[in-house]
Ligand binder design. Structure first.
Ligand code: C2E
Ligand code: MG
Ligand code: MG
Length: 551
């Protein structure tokens, strides 16, 4: 561009600011899973009467060199705050905006005050203006930087580290400052090769272990989107979704589809979900909702990855918002052709799966701990674990982990039995099949609270251990007689035996039942533990008080 030189930039800068020729363009940032706009980055553009649209690469280095960048940044901050307010006022709110800051800003004495003045003037809550800085900032004057950083942090602003990994000091600075978010630039990774993907995966894993949010910019292809989503990268920005837009273009985008912008409540919801680490070997136990210290999960590469899914739970339905490849494989192994089919079964109120899932889901939503069920389908035993990541009015997000165990013949035998009793099982706390001739048992279904005592070839010993660990001392003698395997056949004349025992874990009554199962070849019994209605428990308490020698 002939004539456009440093001299032109320096001499026309103030005038350009005054005439509104310098203004922010806004590039939306999209939530990976919902593709809704969760924030927008303000990027300076100089619309020159002579030279047209100038990109920051042309004028920012010059302004930095001549000590003029501070005025540019303050102008962009103020205009961004004004735009935030304007969108609120016309009913098209966007939760957050981010602005880019230069290292020179941190040495200006009134920097903090000027940012605060803009947010006050346009009533922008501090959590809605994010500050992007690049790591090179911290190399200069550490003390000045630290002081201002802490001022912003204390006032409720989040600071994002831009272009993470492109410079030198990244890892150290993460320890010393509370960055809320790391922004990775795909362009810095140059090629989207296997190696660069591994680097990115490791960086995301590390960020999550430190409870720092992750965003990727420079996203240009669908392939990149799918990869970043499978890594659990929370938000994406790039030409694949949208270029930086003028204010008018941005407003048209929101007008066309007001649903495109994430609601304020959803922002917090997804922010929590975003910290879930897909790459950890123990993702469900690693996830801490509070900012307490969090153990670094062993990094695991995604393709060997855990069968993980995110399941959104609403009052009358569930739906997967994400499922890893291995999760899909397991689902097929269990006999479901697709996720839709599985959701259909979950959502189908009359099936046994619904009953079982409903309980797992309800327990997970109301407890902050990991919930588990063991069950069987299509001849495959499986273990499904669930943990609630975030809750909001009318919905909750669960992380699911699904493991399958293919256990040959026994599995098939038990499944036949299951067909008869599925509905019953889903109201039980434990369902096991006992094979006395083989001296073994197999657990088909259990709630989290009941530990397994089974060991192959030691059926009697397992019963003993279960008795001494789980059954209330006053009921143990009775339980031993009840579960005596040698006399079981005689006592099973009528098809089943049943009695009531208190379990130590909760000292509440359970009904334990052993039934004979049809089988020509060998003895097979079904063993179930079932909770009792409150009234029945009270009756039992009264009964025991009145008949202390019952046992
Ligand atoms: P940045 O903050 O890392 O911004 C991202 C840059 O990548 C932007 O370039 C954006 O237009 C571009 N970009 C976004 N998506 C894609 C994509 O998919 N592919 C490609 N090839 N590029 C993409 P831009 O607007 O030219 O800004 C360049 C840099 O100038 C910014 O990098 C930022 O460091 C700086 N800058 C921009 N505005 C300001 C400002 O107001 N103040 C300060 N101090 N620096 C600013
Ligand atoms: Mg930036
Ligand atoms: Mg960047």
């Amino acid at each position: 561009m002939s004539g456009l030189n440093e001299e032109y930039i320096i001499s026309h800068f103030s005038e350009a600011i005054e005439n509104g020729c310098i203004q922010p363009y806004f590039q939306p940032i999209f939530r990976s899973f919902t593709e809704k706009i969760c924030a927008s980055e303000a990027l300076a553009r100089w619309i020159d009467p002579v030279y047209g649209l100038l990109s920051p690469a042309l004028f920012i280095p010059v302004l930095e060199r001549y000590g003029m960048i501070y005025e540019l940044d303050m102008a962009i901050v103020r205009q961004t705050c004004a735009f935030y307010r304007h969108l609120q006022d016309i009913g098209l709110p966007v939760h957050s905006f981010t602005v880019n800051l230069s290292r020179y800003d941190f040495t200006e004495p009134d920097f903090f005050e000027r940012v605060i003045a803009s947010t006050r003037e346009f009533r922008v809550p501090p959590e809605s203006l994010k500050l992007e800085i690049t790591e090179s900032i911290m190399l200069e004057d550490m003390e000045a930087f630290k002081r201002v950083f802490n001022l912003f942090h204390g006032a409720g602003f989040s600071v994002w580290m831009d272009d993470f990994g492109s410079g030198y000091s990244s890892l150290n600075t993460l320890q010393n400052y509370d960055f809320s978010t790391l922004k990775f630039d795909l362009l810095f990774l140059r090629t989207f090769s296997e190696k660069s993907r591994q680097v990115l995966a490791a960086m995301i894993n590390m960020a999550k272990a430190l409870r720092i949010h992750t965003i990727c910019e420079g996203v240009e292809t669908k392939e990149q989107v799918l990869f970043l989503r499978s890594m659990g990268c929370e938000a994406l920005q790039g030409f694949h979704f949208s270029r930086p837009l003028s204010r008018e273009q941005f407003i048209s985008l929101l007008r066309e589809d007001p649903e495109r912008s994430e609601s304020l409540a959803d922002y917090d919801y997804w922010d929590k979900i975003g910290l879930f680490n897909f790459l950890s070997t123990a993702p469900l136990t690693d996830y801490h909702e509070n900012d307490e210290a969090c153990e670094l999960g062993n990094a695991s590469w995604y393709d060997r990855g855990t069968p993980l899914a995110l399941l959104e739970v609403k009052p009358n339905s569930v739906s997967h918002v994400y499922a890893s490849r291995t999760y899909l494989d397991r689902i097929r192994q269990l006999g479901y052709p697709s996720l839709d089919e599985l959701e259909h079964r979950f959502n189908d109120h009359i099936s046994d799966h619904y009953l079982m899932m409903k309980r797992l889901v309800t327990d997970a939503v109301s407890n902050q701990t990991v919930q588990r069920v063991d069950y069987m389908n299509n001849g495959v035993s499986y273990r499904l674990r669930a943990r609630c990541l975030a809750k909001e009015e009318g919905k909750a997000m669960l992380a699911l982990q699904l493991r399958t165990f293919q256990t040959e013949k026994e599995a098939h035998a038990s499944e036949e039995m299951l067909q008869y009793g599925n509905a019953l099982f889903s109201t039980c706390e434990l369902v096991s099949v006992i094979y006395p001739d083989r001296d073994s048992s197999e657990r088909i279904y259990s709630r989290e609270s009941i530990l397994s005592y089974a060991s192959v070839g030691k059926l009697r010993e397992s019963f003993q251990r279960f008795c001494s660990s789980e059954i209330h001392p006053d009921d143990q003698e009775r339980y031993r007689r009840f579960s005596d395997l040698d006399s079981l056949d005689e006592r099973l004349e009528s098809g089943f035996i049943q009695s009531f025992f208190r379990m130590t874990s909760s000292a509440v009554w359970r009904s334990i039942r052993i039934s004979r199962m049809p089988s020509d070849k060998e003895r097979v019994y079904l063993y179930t533990i079932q909770a009792l209605p409150d009234q029945e428990m009270r009756n039992l308490d009264t009964f025991v008080r009145e008949h202390p020698n019952w046992a």
